[in-house]
Design a protein around this ligand. Structure first.
Ligand SMILES: [Fe+2]
Ligand SMILES: [Fe+2]
Length: 159
């Protein structure tokens, strides 16, 4: 997947991942590192197959890899990471071989990943669902302290 390699080798991408890792080094709650993004990518791809969604595999992976890329902007400057990630993602996607329509679709999904539909129809719904499912609340040490609404927590591992 050449375009995914381009993202992983992109200097802005690397810089953002390092900033997130630094900002979260003492965080006890869920992290927003590259492992989280890859978990989201794999889950999203599985859900896309289950729902017969016709979205390119590397578009799904690109969306997942970039969905939290602006997280450090939220920590450092108080900018919502949904907005910040979409802005940073656009620059990275443009340098990684994605066309205008793909960039639009990916950035739109990233911007809206705070909320989605139970029914998966769009790339945004797919991202939202995979993002939430990626968290292992059922084995979390700080379950009680977590700010996530009780109804959103994954109490079991869905298979
Ligand atoms: Fe997020
Ligand atoms: Fe996330």
């Amino acid at each position: 997947m050449d375009r995914i390699d381009n993202i992983l080798n992109n200097q802005t991408f690397k810089k953002c991942i390092n900033r997130i890792n630094e900002a979260e080094k003492d965080r006890k709650f869920c992290l927003h590192n590259i492992e989280h993004s890859i978990d989201v990518a794999r889950i999203a791809y599985i859900i896309s197959l289950q729902n017969n969604l016709s979205v390119e595999k590397d578009v799904i992976y690109a969306t997942a890899l970039l969905h939290d890329i602006g997280r450090a902007e939220e920590y450092d400057n108080g900018i919502s990471h949904h907005e910040a990630s979409a802005i940073i993602a656009k620059e990275i996607l443009a340098g990684s071989g994605f066309d205008e329509a793909e960039m639009q679709m990916i950035c739109d999904a990233i911007k809206k990943h705070k909320c989605g539909q139970a029914q998966v129809n769009t790339l945004g719904d797919l991202l939202y669902k995979a993002d939430k499912l990626s968290r292992a609340c059922y084995s979390c040490k700080v379950y009680e302290e977590c700010y996530w609404d009780e109804s959103k927590k994954n109490k079991t591992l869905q298979i």
